[in-house]
Design a protein around this ligand. Structure first.
Ligand SMILES: C[S@@+](CC[C@H](N)C(=O)[O-])C[C@H]1O[C@@H](n2cnc3c(N)ncnc32)[C@H](O)[C@@H]1O
Length: 510
């Protein structure tokens, strides 16, 4: 069988069958076929998510004439396809599909999928489900039918959908019982689902009962998949509980295999957001590409540590060797912005910053008797601090022991805590990219990427620079607007205020 020829015949038959029906008839059963190029893109992408030697048990609960099945045959070898099950309610399309795919493994049931009985053993369930379900709005469903669907969905999936839910919502939920553990599903659905109230139980399902992998939204002005997709998205998930710190990929525009934009969102942030279109990538409006994110969506922001006595705790290499302080209690720390001549801090082989002004922070968690017994030179230095009354200063007194600092691991991004506009640079705040293990004192704000962003940066460290330049593009006015101004034109920015600053999603990540 020549698959390309069969696909051409299929699309031709599809057109003929569509034109033999009225628009109203097609609306009632949600009969809008998936364009060939899109079906191919979907199956091509599915293949990237599956192990190469995976035996496929395919299911399409709403086959039509088989756009996805056709693409499946083109992407996977027949020896890989162990089973292919499909449902189609309307013999107008179903009979044609049976004829077309007669010499292939397809087992097509001309029946209502929502009334079919799912397999009861996990190894006969589908591990690849691809579906463009019927988008039948609830007002096309009779009251009796709505109640039946509600009951079936609740019984099969334990999900209670509202009476306002469209037929495709029931398809998605009911299909859970047809999927094998760890199976992959790709659903072509309207983006609206991500915002409407009746979509909430489905979002709960996607967030809590399966591992939501990706949501891709098509760009309505991008005509490559024709206008059928004006506001469609493909939702990908795996039937397995989500791992800890799981992040979901939201992509927009282009194709599934080559999206124009991509952003990772943690499950945590999705749980806290009623409207997922808010992420801009999902709303189907081009202008949404410009929709900004708040820095607090991406970072945990903390003020650098307050030592209570920088002169005593922040030391130069010369001071360290003069007092013979042990290296295990010293961590590199950034000099104040005034003495920091670069905005990107490189590190040497030990992770120490390569800077003109090298400084180290003294911090020790050991109790005094242990320090005294084991580290006599440190003990002597601390006794000097006692003599100068440093241990009685407010911050030191409230720490235990008084010479242990707050924990501030190094952060890849920092922002200066305060600044003036009338400096040589003409900008009150600076964003620093830190490749070293240096921590920072409270003249900086430290930006720790949240899990979703951290994961991407770990996988693709070259994106650090893109994030940094996105931060750098935040206008001075925006930062000054969030912060406070003090006498003499001194601006300060607290962590919470920086968290509210908006960053434009102009790079691949944001
Ligand atoms: C959006 S079309 C998709 C067809 C095909 N999979 C494609 O992508 O081109 C939805 C199909 O579901 C069928 N359908 C509607 N209600 C159904 C039901 N309850 N059970 C099975 N199929 C149904 C329609 O007749 C239609 O062919």
């Amino acid at each position: 069988m020549n698959l390309t020829t069969t696909e051409s015949i299929r699309t031709l038959r599809q057109l003929q069958l569509d034109s033999a029906k009225t628009q109203t008839e097609r609306n009632k059963l949600g009969q809008f076929a998936t364009p060939t190029a899109l079906a191919a893109d979907i199956l091509k992408y599915a293949k990237t998510l599956l192990p190469t030697d995976q035996k496929i048990r395919f299911l399409d609960p709403a086959l039509g004439t088989g756009a996805f099945y056709s693409a499946l045959l083109q992407q996977f070898s027949l020896s890989q396809i162990v089973e292919a099950i499909a449902y189609e309610i309307d013999p107008h399309y179903g009979d044609e599909a049976i004829e077309l795919w007669r010499d292939t493994p397809l087992q097509l049931n001309i029946a209502d999928f929502t009334k079919a009985v799912p397999p009861n053993s996990d190894n006969t369930k589908a591990n690849l489900l691809i579906c463009n379900p019927p988008y039948v709005r609830h007002h096309h469903l009779s009251r009796v039918e709505k109640l039946r669907l509600q009951r079936v969905t609740e019984q099969t999936a334990g999900i209670k959908l509202s009476q306002l839910a469209s037929l495709y919502c029931h398809f998605l939920c009911i299909s859970d019982a047809w999927m094998a553990t760890d199976g992959l599903a790709g659903w072509l659905i309207p983006t609206g689902l991500m915002d409407v109230n009746y979509g909430q139980p489905i979002k709960d399902y996607l967030l809590n009962r399966v591992t939501l992998l990706r949501i891709h939204c098509f760009d309505p002005v991008d005509v490559q998949f024709e206008d059928a997709l004006v506001s469609s998205a493909v939702v990908w998930f795996k039937k397995a509980l989500p791992p800890a710190n799981h992040a979901v990929e939201f992509t927009y525009g282009g194709s599934l295999t080559e999206p124009k934009m991509s952003v990772m969102m943690s499950l945590e942030s999705l749980r806290g957001t009623a409207k997922w279109t808010k992420f801009g990538l999902v709303s189907g409006r081009v202008s949404s590409q410009e929709q900004p994110l708040k820095l607090k969506d991406l970072f945990t922001i903390k003020r650098g540590l307050a030592t209570g006595a920088n002169d005593f705790f922040v030391l130069t290499p010369e001071q360290i060797s003069a007092y013979q302080l042990p290296s295990e209690f010293l961590q590199p720390v950034l000099p104040s912005p005034r003495l920091l001549s670069v905005d990107e801090i490189e590190a040497d082989g030990l992770g120490n910053p390569i800077l003109v002004h090298q400084l180290f922070l003294l911090s020790c968690d050991l109790p005094p008797d242990v320090v005294k017994a084991k580290y006599p030179s440190l003990w002597e230095y601390l006794q000097m601090g006692v003599g100068q009354g440093i241990c009685d200063r407010y911050l030191c007194k409230h720490r235990s022991p008084w010479y242990a600092q707050e924990k501030r691991p190094p952060s890849p991004f920092l922002c200066t805590y305060m600044g003036r506009q009338d400096t040589g640079r003409g900008r009150p705040f600076r964003f620093i990219l830190n490749h070293s293990r240096a921590t920072a004192t409270n003249v900086y704000l430290m930006l720790y990427p949240k899990p979703a962003l951290a994961k991407v940066l770990l996988e693709k460290p070259k994106l650090l620079k893109e994030v940094w330049s996105a931060l750098d593009r935040i206008s001075d006015e925006a930062l000054m607007g969030e912060g406070r101004v003090y006498g003499g034109g001194l601006y300060k920015l607290e962590p919470r205020e920086l968290g509210n600053a908006l960053v434009k999603k102009t790079c691949e990540l944001l």
